[in-house]
Unconditional design. Structure first.
Length: 105
């Protein structure tokens, strides 16, 4: 929760860390002394791995968002029910007081 208070979700921090690692690995591959074909193969493997990791992170974020939305809907329905009950109680009390005033006149 501390991360969310500062404006960064855990998913975005993980993603930033992951992207930084990929950039570093890509630079290391490009700077290493090896054949072009070997380098392209390693970059392709790295890109496939990055795609898989990104899909995993996206799935985790999707699960968290779905859970949060579900909790929000539950809370909304609960509060809506409380407000409706309070309004009905207010109407009932108003009606009783109005009857008392009419009978008292």
């Amino acid at each position: 929760m501390g991360n969310q208070e500062s404006g960064h979700s855990s998913g975005s921090i993980i993603l930033a860390f992951f992207v930084g690692g990929l950039v570093g690995a890509g630079i290391a591959l490009l700077m290493a002394p090896q054949a072009g074909k070997e380098t392209r193969h390693k970059i392709k493997d790295l890109a496939e791995e990055a795609k898989e990791k990104a899909a995993e992170v996206a799935e985790q974020v999707k699960g968290k968002v779905t859970s949060t939305v579900g909790k929000g809907k539950e809370l909304f329905e609960e509060k809506k029910s409380l407000v409706t009950t309070a309004i009905e109680a207010g109407k009932e009390a108003y009606g009783k007081e109005k009857e008392k005033l009419v009978k008292g006149s």
